[in-house]
Design a binder for this molecule. Sequence first.
Ligand SMILES: NC(=O)c1ccc[n+]([C@@H]2O[C@H](COP(=O)([O-])OP(=O)(O)OC[C@H]3O[C@@H](n4cnc5c(N)ncnc54)[C@H](OP(=O)(O)O)[C@@H]3O)[C@@H](O)[C@H]2O)c1
Length: 299
Amino acid sequence: MQVGIIGATGFVGSLLGQRLLDRGDHLIILARNVSKAQGMFPTAAVVDWQDDRSAAEALQRCDTVVNLAGRPIADPWNRTVKAEIYHSRIDTTAKLIALLAGLDRKPQVMVSASAIGYYGSSETEQFTETSPKGTGFLADVCQDWEAKADGAESLGIRLVKLRIGIVLDRGGGALGKILPLFQLGLGGILGRGTQWFSWIHRTDLVNLILFCLDRGDVRGVLNATAPQPVTNSQFTELLAQQVKRPALLPVPEFALKLALGEGASVVLEGQKVIPVRPIESGFQFTYPQLEDALAAICR
Ligand SMILES: NC(=O)c1ccc[n+]([C@@H]2O[C@H](COP(=O)([O-])OP(=O)(O)OC[C@H]3O[C@@H](n4cnc5c(N)ncnc54)[C@H](OP(=O)(O)O)[C@@H]3O)[C@@H](O)[C@H]2O)c1
């Protein structure tokens, strides 16, 4: 297959690209920084995403498209950062749909990222793919992001929207930031520790994207989270066990709010998300349990 990827240089896209190449697919990368993307994927066709004509020509050659673009959300939020979080997702997806609409030959399938922030936060509720949208900035971003992606369906392209949980692996994402602290014995619960933490191992997320590309009968929303979410306290305890260090330094709520502003909600609040549709579709998780996922990552 000729697979187009937007966001291929990121934490998820870099592993996805490698896995696609390993299985013999061809990559067409639409990137903002062509030389960076070409350096990461020397054998891929890399196209400047800002050049509409080249981007359209490249998309015309794609059998499938994966949309993973989005500015990271972990920086302290201010008005500018929030605008970038929003526009990097919504405008990119809108542009992708506009370009696809103009093609004579369209891809058969588009897998588009969304996030579990769609559901808002709760310590008592459990969310599945049929749960309603929650409240808050990230819920609004996810709703608009998914609404733009829906344009693919209207073009006759099979669309899969993945509400992605916290992606865990070495060298990036949430764990890339906290693993070094835990290894120094400087880990601890965040806030009260009772907030839910719906996670997924990066390998499982990439396997799920491949599953969605390959399985012609899968469409609509799928929760991309492991079947067994944990609380922040449980996560802290399991990670401390894996790195064999104590995690006795709780980070109080006020300190996180001071450091991250409104963005502290991402770590202080959570949601318990169950991947009902991947399980029903027959997707097999390599790491259904956090203990095994962390053991593999910390090995
Ligand atoms: N990692 C997680 O825990 C997690 C959780 C939930 C949802 N997600 C979603 O899954 C997708 C992939 O996640 P990831 O962790 O791989 O993301 P990432 O590493 O932060 O970046 C993904 C890509 O987005 C593009 N990008 C960055 N800033 C941008 C901007 N200002 N405007 C347009 N594009 C920009 C970059 O691609 P180029 O430089 O190549 O153009 C980057 O490689 C994202 O949409 C993310 O929101 C991730």
